[in-house]
Ligand binder design. Sequence first.
Ligand code: ZN
Length: 445
Amino acid sequence: MVGATTDGADDAGRWFDRIRAVATPTELYALLFALPKGADLHIHLSGCGRPDDWYTLATTLRPGAHEVRVTDCPDGHARGTVVTVPAATVAALPACCRAGHRPLAELSDAERERWDGMLTVGEDEPDSFFDRVTPQLKHLRKEPELLLGVLAATLDRAAAEHVDHLEFQTGPFGYVGADGPVPPDEMAARYRAVLSGDRATASGVTARLLINVSRTAEDVEDRLRLSFEMADRHRDLWTGLHLSGREDQARRSLDELAGTYWELHRRYPELGVAVHAGEGFGAAYQVRPATLLPVSRIGHGLALVEDEETMTALAAAGVAVECSLISNVRLGRIDGYGAHPLRRFIEAGLRPCLSTDNPGAWGSQLTDEFYVATRHLDLSWKQVTALARNSVDASFAPPAVRERLRRRLDDGLSRFAAEVLNPGWRTALARHTPVMSPFARRHLL
Ligand SMILES: [Zn+2]
């Protein structure tokens, strides 16, 4: 067996290059689907549901609870069609507005197709994530029954594509269930029930949560305090915080938040700090201010390529960069996968990893990120496996869990190299049937 020889890693690398050069898109996809990929560290739970997930969960778990506005109010009160609203809200509307609604379960085929489209970011519509998907999810994502259904489905998908660990950005605040508002501690109990339940255990995938704090909130400092305190109280679930929200709409700069972050970090030193920074180019997208915080992971970090000094400083500090090529292209941050600075990050000594960000909105999975990175950035076996290892090393999971994940990944990669990266690779791959994502079916294969 090739992987068992003393120079097995070199052999694996040579075979990986050779396979990449001759494989059809479908074969390369199958190879990367079967590859052990470690962890997905940047994944918004509300962005994980595909249209089918939301539709099925909403109509089966909360039948009759949602209506969809299919025609504008004739008197001009409510505009914008295919918008999903709680049935109770519709019942309180004047008759003119009420008439334009239809129960979610009774949409015609054409309306259903438009409804699905509202939850999907297509090609060349970079604003649609914030203008269309986010408003459409406004109510759905605040319902614990549905969100937890998305959580369980995402763990199942991760297990199928050989991803061992997920760190979801999702908080405990603001949920409204069938019986009314859900207090944060009760929401914690519901997350815990799903993550320790039979279905999650059977998936073999571990998960931890990060509380999202939006930099666009007026009371962002108060939210940081509440979130650190809440995460500390439920450390088995939340292992850190992620600062999110559009950088060009931030209410506070990172310099202004630094004092609060350090105060909270001193009080809760074991909670990880991650920040969306440099998710674009121009004055609003600087990564440098993030270095003023006790940060150990940067979300996106595209703008680092324009700031050599910060890139060097982050590399020296061992800060990880969560790269999401598909998100960056879909949201119009870069012109194509080949324009992503991932290779530059690797060469600069940063510790990049791959992540999906909002996979439900693009219909993707982590395999797709490995596919576009491998195909468009010409990565070697060493670089591809380093991406997977970086994801586990930068995880905010407790050290014992991280150690277990690291061993599992190393064993998985050795087995994969021995079984697949050799002259019999086509036969070996035939034993693994990949589950194609909607994104892969439409755009990659
Ligand atoms: Zn994100």
